[in-house]
Design a protein around this ligand. Sequence first.
Ligand code: HEC
Length: 143
Amino acid sequence: MKKFAAKAASALCAFGLSMAMTASVQAAADNEAIIERIKPVGSVCVQGDENCGGAASAAAASTSGARSGEEIYTGKCAACHASGVLGAPKFGTNEMQLRLDEKGMETLLSHAINGFNAMPPRGTCSDCSDEEIEAAVNHMLGQ
Ligand code: HEC
């Protein structure tokens, strides 16, 4: 009885295995199609990252699609910086310039990108690139 069961099991196994293999090959193909379909539209790419499909093309994409500092400012930053909500350096005054003189551009940019007290990271513009944030800061500085 035991022997028979083992034989039957191994026969079933061999059959099952080949079925399973065809099925899993099919499933893998399906999975790839699904992953391809649901993958994010954009991907974040660090300069020098080899998985980026070429740093040059990434750089080209980010410059060609970049919005102007004025656009970013008007759409994203003016909500607080036009009136100086919560102590935000007010647009059209020298308040941002004074901060620049005091802290330097590197600190201003790092605060604009990472957030600083009531200043939210990227001024809530989560899809703004570092370059776009910098352009917006320059716009606020009147440049
Ligand atoms: C929700 C309101 C809000 C929005 C939106 C906002 N800011 Fe600010 N921002 C602030 C406040 C408040 C401060 C002052 C923080 C402080 O000094 O404590 C500030 C300060 C800054 C500073 C000076 C940081 C420093 O080190 O003194 C920069 C630069 C800046 N914002 C850039 C931006 C840019 C660029 C945008 C748009 C992409 C933006 N902000 C959108 C509220 C905002």
